[in-house]
Design a protein around this ligand. Structure first.
Ligand SMILES: [Zn+2]
Length: 565
């Protein structure tokens, strides 16, 4: 009995000692962090890291997956898997229902027009050159979401939840330097939060730009970077394969009739960049590995000139690479172009890690890696393989909804449709003296009955807790004033849009759109692969916990224990 007690005593003492040591180790790792480097790859579906692994070097993706804690089964839980939605979820640790970014574009009921997520008329772009202010020689906007923007102004004002970076600013009394940069405005602005600063690539003139929300005038180093016009050096050159075609898994998938040709850019390698005066030049650079290279180059200038990671107060840099997504939109994720752009990003990442090691030290850097959404394969590609899929014409969806309204006695009940939301005319429903719930349900039932639509969800049904995982994902996406009255979910591999200048899309709640990698790498973090189910809302709380901070105010995720052990 006495022996047993002694044994228990020793075990307890040992446990206490070890856990004390553990806390000590975590605290020590924390105190070593001088830079949080959050890397987001737009549209990097999780399985692409496996599919292309044989083409990777040792110091890019494989540095992360072999040295970090690598989550292979991370799934977004909201329905509308788009860029601003995913980025803001990573940044805030909460769902669109709370951070308010329900889509890249939503219908502004009060104004009666579409609204681009981070547009803000109060904060116009800060001009880098005369041509931007005068609107001369402006590039042609191809991004289907940005194209709908009413103003060139940008700010994070519409984001309703604090980000990890906002928490960092508060924790260190505003002494942390906080930056978000990207090929896209929305991917830079969302990550920097309300307190950081952001720059993004302008497809108008190839400069990295910002708005008056952040600066009154450009810092000298940004002016200098832009003055060099690094993008223009690629004008008239080619995007060619970087290795022998036989080394590519998808070598045979270059010339496919359903890929999009960006006016002269072509569907097959080599892709020729337009001349200096071509209005599509900068867009073409973004739809190639060059977009990511330019972003890397700008990021290096930022780290050096803003002296990130040089003292004991941790700084934050978010780099969101846009080229994989851009390439996916034109050529699809099962194209040779996709394999090549991911392979080139691997080299870009290797370059970034070497640079960070030389300037900040990887032992002082917490790297957080993920993606904002995955990507669907094109319906035409899937049909070719024998899987039934197609594209739904938005006009037909509207016609069908209006026909259902007509049967209830309302003429043209649809006020607006922009995927995935259908907005109804509340005044017409009221003057017909009909119960809006009955009208919404009748229209939703008719739409659910359509080929290619899996489920149409009326917002009225979201209040009850009924429904399975699909309903749950729509509920997490629902914001009272921004979301529409009916959420339309396409069947797998179906698109809610017709082929235009852009051929391919993401945005569904299906797993090809929700499955993304999550990797944490840094001092004290184990090299391990974790297969359990986790979610991108866990990312921001995990960074906060690693630094000993309270999770972002409205975050719903939980800190990932494998990173903190
Ligand atoms: Zn996209």
């Amino acid at each position: 009995m006495v022996m047993l007690r002694i044994f228990f005593f020793i075990t307890a003492a040992l446990t206490l000692f070890l856990s004390g040591n553990l806390t000590c180790a975590v605290a020590q790792n924390r105190s070593e962090i001088r830079l949080v480097l959050q890397i987001t790859v737009d549209g990097l579906r999780a399985d692409l890291l496996n599919r292309y692994e044989t083409g990777f070097g040792k110091s890019g993706f494989l540095y992360l997956t072999k040295n970090g804690t690598y989550y292979t089964n991370a799934l977004y839980q909201h329905a509308n898997t788009e860029t601003i939605v995913g980025h803001t979820t990573l940044a805030t640790g909460t769902f669109p229902s709370e951070h308010g970014m329900v889509g890249n574009v939503w219908y502004d009921r009060e104004a009666g027009e579409l609204s681009y997520n981070i547009e803000d008329v109060r904060h116009p772009l800060l001009p880098t050159r005369e041509d931007v202010t005068k609107g001369e020689q402006r590039g042609e906007q191809v991004d289907p979401a940005q194209k709908l923007s009413r103003t060139q102004g940008r700010s994070p004002a519409v984001i309703l939840a604090p980000t990890f970076s906002d928490g960092l600013a508060a924790y260190y009394g505003g002494r942390s330097k906080i930056f978000g940069v990207s090929g896209k405005d929305r991917s830079a602005v969302s990550m920097a939060g309300q307190t950081g600063k952001s720059f993004w690539f302008s497809t108008d003139n190839g400069d990295f730009i910002t708005s008056t929300y952040y600066y009154k005038a450009y810092p000298d180093w940004v002016r200098e970077w832009n003055r060099q016009r690094k993008g223009e050096k690629f004008a008239g050159t080619m995007w060619e394969l970087s290795a022998d075609p036989s080394t590519y898994l998808l070598a045979a998938q270059d010339d496919r009739p359903y890929e999009a040709d960006l006016r002269g850019y072509g569907r097959v390698f080599p892709h020729r960049f337009g001349d200096v005066d071509d209005k599509l030049l900068n867009t073409q650079l973004l739809v190639s590995p060059v977009g990511d290279r330019l972003l890397l180059d700008f990021s290096k200038a930022l780290v050096v000139n803003e002296q990130l990671g040089q003292d004991k107060i941790p700084d934050y840099l978010s780099i969101s690479f846009s080229s994989v997504d851009a390439v996916n939109h034109f050529f699809g994720p099962s194209s040779l172009e996709n394999e090549e752009v991911v392979r080139r990003l691997d080299a870009t990442l290797a370059d970034l890690f070497a640079f960070i090691n030389n300037t900040v030290g990887l032992k002082h850097t917490l790297i957080v890696f993920s993606s904002d959404h995955g990507m669907a394969d094109m319906p035409e590609y899937m049909t070719e393989l024998g899987f039934p899929a197609g594209r739904l014409d938005p006009d037909e969806i509207v016609n069908k909804a209006n026909a259902a309204g007509k049967r209830l006695g309302i003429d043209e009940v649809v006020r607006f449709f922009f995927r995935p939301y259908l907005y109804l005319d509340e005044d017409k429903i009221a003057s017909a003296k009909l119960d809006p719930v009955v009208v919404k349900e009748a229209i939703a039932n008719t739409l659910t009955d359509t080929d290619g639509i899996a489920l149409a969800v009326p917002s009225s049904s979201l209040q009850s807790q009924r429904g399975g995982p699909l309903m749950e994902s729509v509920r997490r996406n629902y914001h009272l004033s921004r979301s529409g009255d009916i959420y339309i979910i396409q069947e797998p591999y179906w698109f809610l849009f017709e082929k235009g200048p852009v051929a391919n899309m993401h945005g569904s709640p299906w797993r090809y759109d929700t499955h993304v990698p999550i990797i944490f790498s840094g001092p004290g973090i184990d090299a391990q692969t974790v297969n359990r189910l986790v979610h991108p809302v866990d990312v921001a709380p995990t960074i906060a916990a690693f630094l000993g901070m309270t999770p972002p105010a409205s975050s719903r995720g939980v800190p990932l224990v494998e990173v903190l052990q």
